[in-house]
Design a protein around this ligand. Structure first.
Ligand SMILES: Nc1nc2c(c(=O)[nH]1)N[C@H]1C(S)=C(S)[C@@H](COP(=O)(O)O)O[C@H]1N2
Ligand SMILES: [Mo]
Length: 255
C-alpha cells in the first residue's frame, strides 16, 4: 500500500470516534481491502457481510506482471474428477460439454467451450490465496461473468448466483455431494470475475479446473469453483451457499 499521510491522520480520527462509522462518505477512505483500519474492524468481528462489501466497493484486486509468476499454479482440492460424466467430457476434449445458465434470467443459455472462447475475453495476473495458508500468482484468461449474465439477461429479482461443479466430493448411501459455490451480484458482476478457460498462456489444465473455472479475485481460493457445469441465478440462497460453508468456513471469504 502506498503511504497516505492524509488518510492516516484521518483514520486516527475515525478510530477515535466510532460514531462516525454511520456516515457513508467517511467510509470511502477505507476502500482498500488490506487497510489497517479495516483489518482492525474485521478483527473485532463487527463487520457484517454487507459492511465488508461496502468497504471493498468495486475495488480491483492487485494485478501482477508475468515476471511475478514464479512457479506453476499449485493445484488444490479435486485435481481430476473421477465422475464418469466428467471423464467422458475430458476424453473428448470437452467438445460435448456445455455450461448452462438458468434461474432468474430472461434467456436460459447452454454454451459450448468454443462459444465461450469466442466471447470477449479478459486476461489478468492475480494472486490466489488458499485458506490453508499458501498463495500463488498466475495468469488467467476467460470471459467476464458479467458478459455471460448480460447475454442471459438478469431478471429484477436476481440477487445471488450458484455455481455447480462436476466433481463429487462425498459419496454416501444418502447420495453424492458435488462441489458448489455461490456469490452475490456485486462479486458476480465485478470486472475481474471471469469464467476462465486459460491459464499462464495455455489451456486451463484439468488439475486447475478444466474446462471452465471461476475466478473471483477478492476472495479466497475455495470460492472459485472449478469444473463448472451450471450457473443458476436465484433471489436468495436456499442453503449455506457453498460446499465449504457447509463445513463451517465463511460464505463470504474476502481477502
Ligand atoms: N470444483 C472444485 N472447485 C474448487 C475446489 C475443489 O476441490 N473442487 N477446491 C477449491 C480450493 S480450496 C482452492 S484453493 C482452489 C484451487 O484451485 P487450483 O487447483 O487451481 O489451485 O480451487 C477451489 N475450487
Ligand atoms: Mo483452498
Amino acid at each position: 500500500m502506498t503511504a497516505d499521510p492524509t488518510r492516516r491522520l484521518f483514520l486516527g480520527g475515525l478510530l477515535a470516534a466510532p460514531a462516525v462509522l454511520s456516515g457513508c462518505k467517511v467510509l470511502d477512505g477505507l476502500s482498500s481491502v488490506d487497510h489497517p483500519a479495516r483489518n482492525f474492524m474485521e478483527g473485532t468481528n463487527r463487520l457484517t457481510h454487507e459492511t465488508q462489501k461496502f468497504l471493498a466497493g468495486d475495488a480491483l484486486a492487485p494485478e501482477y506482471t508475468r515476471a511475478d509468476i514464479r512457479q506453476g499454479m499449485r493445484p488444490n482440492g479435486t485435481t481430476e474428477p473421477a465422475d464418469a460424466d466428467y471423464q467422458a467430457f475430458a476424453a473428448n476434449g470437452f467438445a460435448d460439454w456445455r455450461l448452462t445458465v438458468s434461474g432468474l434470467v430472461e434467456r436460459p443459455l447452454s454454451l459450448s467451450l468454443a462459444e465461450l472462447m469466442a466471447m470477449p475475453s479478459r486476461t489478468q495476473i492475480t494472486r490466489h490465496d488458499c485458506v490453508e495458508g499458501w498463495s500463488c500468482i498466475a495468469e488467467w484468461t476467460g470471459v467476464p461473468l458479467s458478459h455471460v449474465l448480460g447475454l442471459a439477461g438478469l431478471r429484477p429479482e436476481a440477487r445471488f448466483v450458484y455455481f455447480r461443479s462436476m466433481d463429487t466430493m462425498e459419496r454416501s448411501l444418502a447420495g453424492s455431494v458435488k462441489y458448489w459455490e455461490s456469490h452475490d451480484l456485486r462479486d458476480s458482476l465485478h470486472p475481474q470475475t471471469i469464467l476462465a478457460y486459460g491459464m499462464n498462456g495455455g489451456a486451463l489444465p484439468i488439475r486447475n479446473g478444466a474446462p471452465l473455472r471461476l475466478r473471483v479475485e477478492r476472495q479466497l481460493g475455495y470460492k472459485m469453483a472449478k469444473y463448472l457445469q451450471a450457473i443458476e441465478v436465484v433471489p436468495d440462497l436456499t442453503d449455506v451457499g457453498s460446499y465449504w460453508a457447509a463445513k463451517g468456513y465463511d460464505w463470504y471469504a474476502g481477502i
